[in-house]
Design a protein around this ligand. Structure first.
Ligand code: ACO
Length: 335
């Protein structure tokens, strides 16, 4: 069967209502607005309330993407929910499927930390390219506020909650919106950034202990993760541009995982992309993990910066360690 392309035809996002400023955080941990701003570019982050579960945020983003694409819920064949913080370890995607009424869709979670959305988008493209599915919703959503140690100033200032979604559909090759991609993992550096099981065991039977479920808060070697990002992201994007015979000057936008403004600036400088063509909203939302890329895309599409036909180089990177790049062409409607 001839392989099809994948067109990006709709997007949506959802954020918790409550915003926590750097100044507010400095009342909780020994930090300052000046330190957080200068080291990261972050000024505030959204934090989910009891009514704004991961499933609620993901469902709102998915419903918005569905409406933006002009689809009916029953048009959707596949829902991929990229998240590292599901409401249910068995998976939260089926609850999103039920919430938006996408009764025909198969729905499952995919976990690859901050690379999750990009990995899920690429995964969806394979189902569409093979012709086995026609329409998919790819969601990136995380609620890391429940997994950070709010007394650890080295991590709690970085993260926020949010959700974004993109509607993608199979299309003829010439309309393809995923022009190339690269994906990488390096588990030998896994300990740089973890949200790992607690080592809690209890006796079950004579000679047999069982582990109790539960996770430690996020632990991160910030300097190692920073070095990883500024080395690997430019390298994978350079490979991607070479593989697709694309010059950086042809890019309309860099759409990078929103972890730290210094990382965004370093990647832009490597490709001589003017900083005004680097999409950034991390000042307001911090690092929302799997949500950053679709959240940023939705904002830039809806405010008219990203227009139909624009070319975007995207990269996700984070725990795993994992990282990836994708060359995308947006062809959905504007606001
Ligand atoms: N406020 C004030 N001081 C702080 C804070 C804070 N919030 N956090 C750390 N410090 C202190 C440290 O204790 C240290 O003090 P010392 O010199 O007295 O020991 C000093 O600041 C410097 O600490 P560094 O860790 O060296 O600071 P650095 O300049 O590296 O910035 C940061 C830290 C912002 C975390 C940076 O390393 C970074 O952005 N790393 C990448 C993080 C990242 O992108 N993570 C997400 C990956 S995505 C995912 O998969 C979830």
């Amino acid at each position: 069967m001839e392989r099809l392309g994948m067109a990006l035809v709709g997007c949506g996002s959802a954020l918790p209502a409550a915003s926590v400023s750097n100044d507010q955080l400095s009342g909780r941990v020994d930090t300052t607005d000046a330190w957080i701003r200068s080291r990261t570019g972050i000024t505030a982050r959204r934090v989910a309330s009891a009514e704004e579960s991961l499933t609620v945020l993901a469902s709102r983003a998915a419903a918005a993407a569905l409406a933006h694409a002009g689809w009916q819920p029953e048009d959707v064949d596949l829902i991929l929910l990229a998240t590292s913080s599901p409401d249910d370890l068995f998976g939260s995607a089926p609850r999103v499927q039920a919430a938006i009424g996408a009764s025909r869709a198969v729905a499952f979670d995919l976990t690859a930390a901050c690379s999750g959305f990009l990995f899920a988008l690429i995964t969806a493209s394979q189902y569409l390219a093979s012709g086995s599915m026609r329409r998919a919703l790819v969601i990136g959503a995380d609620q890391l506020s429940r997994w950070v140690d709010w007394d650890d100033r080295s991590t709690c200032v970085l993260f926020g909650d949010g959700s974004g979604a993109v509607a993608v559909e199979a299309c003829p090759g010439e309309a393809n919106g995923l022009l190339g991609f690269k994906m990488r993992s390096d588990g030998s550096r896994n300990s740089c950034l973890t949200l790992a099981q607690l080592n809690q065991y209890e006796p079950l039977l004579e000679g047999l202990t069982t582990q109790r479920g539960g996770f430690s808060p996020i632990q991160m070697n910030g300097q190692e993760v920073y070095k990883f990002a500024v080395r690997e992201v430019p390298a994978i994007l350079a490979e991607l541009l070479e593989a697709t015979a694309t010059d950086a000057a042809q890019l309309d936008w860099l759409l990078l995982h929103q972890a730290n403004q210094r990382i965004l600036d370093a990647v832009a400088d490597r490709f001589a992309v003017p900083h005004e063509r680097v999409l950034s909203n991390l000042a307001h939302y911090g690092n929302t993990s799997a949500a950053t890329i679709p959240l940023m895309l939705d904002e830039a599409v809806k405010d008219g910066r990203v227009q139909s036909g624009h070319l975007l180089a995207s990269s996700g990177f984070g725990a795993g360690l994992s990282w990836g790049g994708a060359l995308l062409r947006w062809t959905g409607p504007q606001a």
